[in-house]
Design a protein around this ligand. Sequence first.
Ligand SMILES: [Zn+2]
Length: 462
Amino acid sequence: MPETHTLERAYRVRLRPKPEQVRMLSRLFGARRFVWNWAHRRKDEAWRTDGTKLSGVDLSREFTQLRQAPETAWLSSLPREPFNQTLRDFDTAWRNFFAGRAKRPRRKKFGTVMSARFTLDQRRPGLVDIESGSVQLDGIGRIRFRVTEPMPGRLRSVTVRRDSAGRWFATFTADGVAIPESVLVARSAIGIDLGLKETAALSTGEIIRAPKHLAAKLSRLRRYQRSYARQRDAALLRIGLDSKKAIPKGTRITPSNRMRRQKHRIGRLHAQIADARRDHQHRLTHRAVALANVVCIEDLNIKGMTRSMGRRAFRRSVTDAGLGEIRRQLTYKAQWTGRTLSVVDRFFPSSKTCSECGAINAGLKLADRRWTCVSCGTDHDRDWNAAINIEREGLRLLAVTGPEGRTRRSRGTDAQGEDSCAIDTSPSVGQPTSLNCELAYRAAPPRPTRTRRNGPARRVEG
Ligand SMILES: [Zn+2]
């Protein structure tokens, strides 16, 4: 295995800003929103007056003038770097829009910008003290953070963020992180079937469930949101407006104390739910790379739920299951541990194929948790059966095409010896087998998003 391989990583730590730093950062966030919306307006104006397309460079130049103008001079009391990042993000957002990858960028509403990114100048050593936990930010000063893990690599940037519960975090990105030597484990492969409600079935028969309190928290969140909506309606009524009719643009509601309190509760609950989810996802992805050398998973978009559910419910369930996040974690964890990630096509019928005889049960419904194969009589647990099929299909794909990372590299310069590797593709359910070659593959990079844009999914139940 080449030792020169390094990777990029991120470290998230809890920040402990002082009260005056909190004030500065909050001002900075507000100013970032101001600059975003200013850039938006400028781009619009320029286009409307004479059809000029303002580029990122143009905006950056204009921004320098804006900082010097007397009425916006307050901008110059704040560090420049986060604004450069804002303008860069703005430019990217438009480029993504014109390339058809994203929606049209919008103006940002009050209170929606809650972060700022700073690059860490490599020529200035000592900006980050990873031993005692502090980071020096231009214009803000030195902020302390809680040290929770060693942070190897070259730290390139830091994003400071406030969450909806008012907690402060910093995310450092690092490159040049050495890949730890991988340890092969006994099981060659594992399949993961991601279900609804944050459960995941592994082909080992193991089920990884969401934290118990998550469902309770979600229902509490809905209750709080309903009560907040009622309070808001009442507040509207007090100023003579009917919440069921269109509300004039720019209407300002003075929140009552109860509304403020409720809003704070909602924010705290959102943060707790996000924490519980993250915890669950990390448990699952950690377990997967700890168990097997090849991890097989389905592509984004959960099976066959597109039409049977309302749009809202569908969107919710997708975000709930956090597939994208699980995929992202598996990708980097596979890279750290020298595992291979195999992604199975989302139209592969993992649920309705019998993992014993291969017969397809076309009549399987979403509600059927158990079913019996008519050809061989095997009694199946729906999710476990799907996980076994995903494992098998993932291994088959690897044998046919190889991991994406490898195919790309073998076209390039260094493909020494890798093609001679053979993977044992026999399913390892029940009897652990091992790969009969040294794992020379690296995790596949995330696929281009093209699969997601191909319109509504065909109705094929997986
Ligand atoms: Zn069967």
